[in-house]
Design a protein around this ligand. Structure first.
Ligand SMILES: [Zn+2]
Length: 179
């Protein structure tokens, strides 16, 4: 596992240091036999801004999505809840937690099954909401472009990402169909 060091860890796309963890996304694994050019990027941190603007982001997202989708079908410890449009949601049987992986947004979050309805409600907000999701508080704020989600752990922002309006419809649909 790659560790993050504020102000030291370098963005795998632009090469500059990343100020804080909440500004970063962590890249997923890909199959190095299929895309050897991406193999050294697995687990790397990047600025979210760089990820959003990177011309190769779509291709890496697709490869990472395919790897998890096919791998999960052979993994008896998980149940595939949803796998389409570069979004994979897996139920971890032992812990009853959803592993929510949006490869397009480079977002990987955990949602206990008991909190699905609360997250669904928060993501429907047209102002702002705070919802406790396991050990993390989700601060959700809506604007014209979609919602901004800040994940706080012990009063520290550990993740910050935007779910654009069109992507938000997909998220809401998956959450609501399993409440
Ligand atoms: Zn960067």
């Amino acid at each position: 596992m790659t560790l993050f060091f504020s102000g030291k860890t370098r963005c795998a796309i632009c090469g500059r240091s990343i100020g804080e963890r909440a500004d970063a996304a962590q890249l997923s694994n890909v199959d190095p036999r299929l895309v050897p050019e991406f193999s050294t990027l697995a687990g790397s941190f990047v600025h979210r801004r760089c990820w959003d603007e990177w011309s190769e982001a779509g291709r890496l997202a697709e490869q990472a999505y395919q790897l998890v989708r096919t791998g999960s079908s052979r993994d008896p410890t998980v149940v595939a809840v949803f796998a389409s449009e570069r979004l994979v949601v897996l139920l971890v049987r032992a812990t009853q937690v959803w592993l929510w992986q949006d490869f397009l947004l480079a977002v990987r979050v955990e949602i206990p099954v008991s909190r699905i309805a609360a997250v669904a409600k928060a993501l429907m907000t047209d102002t702002s909401e705070v919802v406790q999701v396991g050990p993390v508080d989700w601060h959700v704020r809506a604007d014209a472009n979609g919602v901004t989600v800040v994940l706080m752990r012990a009063r520290e922002a550990v993740e910050r990402f935007v779910v654009p309006a069109d992507r938000l419809l997909l998220w809401q649909g998956v959450l609501q169909s399993h409440e």
